[in-house]
Ligand binder design. Structure first.
Ligand SMILES: [Zn+2]
Length: 509
């Protein structure tokens, strides 16, 4: 067998080596730029992008909490790809990393969330279920608090607004139960700005500590969320409806009606619930933590136009481990995968972008949108040279694409529509760019700095059997890799089109 196949193979190799070089240059020369771009576009393949998500969500990257060695390892993995394709470093001192201070907290198994129920000879504890009923606070102190729960509405003390959730209640040594956000909607453009500073998680935790509380039951999800302050000895959980209903049971009120009343007349309804709970977490805080953004640059080929920059990005980080691994597949490994797909296609394309394309995979989005804030305060290129920031959040969520900012930046959007109608054929929609409340996406800082900023996402795909936003259910099993391929191809074609256009200005006057 072997003896026979070798001559056949050799002959085949000979034909290939003789014929390919003779034909190839001729073929390439006869291709139009559009055909060359389409060749590069088809290098973007769903199985490759799926493989990237698989890697980023793997156990060894530990959920990519910024500051941890696992985040560092995931960044190194991203950088190895950028390097391989020849994307240039855009970070500090010729590296791909832009560093910033980033304290972080590790959350280990071993916590407890329980309600004490009085019985004849003492109490029995009702234990709540990890993840479906509670999740440990992402920046909780380590330790255990058993105390009465005091309901404090939104946990806000705003003397200038005549509003104080802590008035008339004593929370010293107690556990406070509160809602996130503020009692007015961010959509109320006239009143919300006065409340804005009070809707941050950090403020609420600090205010609880300032009033002497020892622990917190935060009615938030339950989702994992490391976007908060750390105070040693202050222990808290994120809980869902089951815990809240039990705390309110027998008080003559319901949680929802009470919150509705507060929102209606902006009068606090705080009270001591008479319920005792235990909150316990095992954590380790790292104040020395350092985070970074991963930045790669593809310089433009036109001596003048290369000063103008198209920024593509998405955050690389996720929640780490909140006991269990939080893999963060669609939040936001899919964005990194799509970004890498676009980067590879540009590097391998026979047509080069005339403008500069900058890739930024942010750190610490999950810890207060800190990486993008740092970038905007320390930009590599002047912010007024960034034509557009194409951000992504969850582009693997299904077949329907949309972008916030689509209806704000209509001249940019026409490039997306054109590429979609010509090559991709997806349902693509979107709404305005709007960031009235606390920043919740990397685009917020850029938008406030005047940079046209859009966040692309996708929806309508397979859903997990339990809520997947910021839980361990955000797994690769539920991502749509065909959608990711199309998203990457769409952005590649639109970006190359923009990079080649004579004059571009997407800023809204
Ligand atoms: Zn997130």
């Amino acid at each position: 067998m072997r003896k026979k196949t070798i001559p056949v193979l050799l002959a085949f190799v000979l034909i290939l080596t003789v014929s390919v070089p003779a034909q190839r240059p001729q073929n390439q020369a006869s291709l139009t730029d559009e055909q060359k771009l389409l060749e590069a576009m088809h290098l973007i393949r769903s199985e490759t992008l799926y493989g990237y998500v698989e890697e980023l969500t793997s156990e060894k990257f530990g959920g990519r909490l910024t500051g941890t060695p696992e985040f560092e390892a995931s960044a190194e993995w991203v950088i190895s790809h950028l390097k391989k394709w020849g994307v240039q470093p855009g970070g500090d001192n010729g590296t791909y990393r832009q560093k910033f201070p980033n304290p972080y907290t590790l959350v280990f198994p071993g916590g407890e969330c329980s309600l004490h129920l009085p019985v004849k000879d003492g109490i029995v504890k009702k234990f709540y279920t990890y993840e479906s009923e509670f999740l440990p606070g992402g920046t909780s102190g380590s330790g255990e608090v058993t105390a009465e729960v005091v309901f404090v509405g939104y946990g806000i003390t705003a003397p200038e607004l005549g509003y104080d959730d802590y008035a008339g209640v004593d929370v010293k040594g107690k556990i406070v139960l509160m809602d996130p956000e503020a009692p007015v909607t961010p959509r109320s453009a006239d009143t919300f700005p006065k409340w804005r500073d009070y809707c941050f998680h950090q403020y609420k935790l600090e205010n609880a500590v300032a009033h002497g509380a020892k622990g917190m039951i935060y009615n938030y999800g339950p989702i994992g969320n490391p976007n908060n302050s750390y105070r040693e000895g202050f222990i808290y959980h994120h809980v869902g409806a089951a815990v809240v209903a039990d705390i309110f049971a027998g008080t003559g009120r319901t949680y929802k009606a009470t919150i509705d009343e507060i929102r209606k007349d902006l009068k606090p309804r705080s009270f001591a619930t008479g319920k005792t709970m235990t909150v316990k977490n095992v954590t380790e805080h790292h104040p020395e933590g350092v985070g970074f953004n991963v930045i790669g640059v593809i310089p433009g080929t036109d001596p003048k136009l290369k000063e103008e920059v198209i920024l593509i990005g998405g955050h690389l980080d996720h929640l780490g481990r909140a006991w269990n691994l939080m893999p963060g597949a669609d939040d936001n490994a899919t964005s990194v995968a799509v970004g890498l797909g676009v980067a590879e296609a540009i590097m391998k394309s026979a047509v080069k972008p005339r403008r500069t394309v900058l890739f930024n995979f942010f750190g610490s989005e999950e810890q207060g949108v800190a990486g993008s804030k740092y970038y905007v305060e320390h930009p590599i290129y002047p912010l007024d040279k960034i034509l557009v920031f194409i951000n992504m959040e969850g582009p693997g969520g299904g077949p329907r694409f949309s972008a916030s900012g689509a209806t704000t930046y209509t001249s940019f959007w026409s490039f997306i529509t054109k590429a979609n109608e010509k090559y991709i054929h997806r349902v693509v929609g979107g709404g305005p760019a709007s960031y009235p409340a606390r920043p919740r996406q990397d685009t917020a800082w850029f938008f406030w700095a005047g940079v046209p900023s859009l966040t692309f996402g996708a929806s309508g795909g397979k859903s997990a059997p339990a809520p997947s936003y910021h839980t361990s259910w955000d797994r690769i099993d539920f991502i749509d890799s065909e959608g990711m391929e199309d998203m990457a191809q769409l952005l590649f074609m639109a970006v190359m089109d923009i990079a080649d256009e004579e004059k571009v200005d997407f800023r809204v006057k």
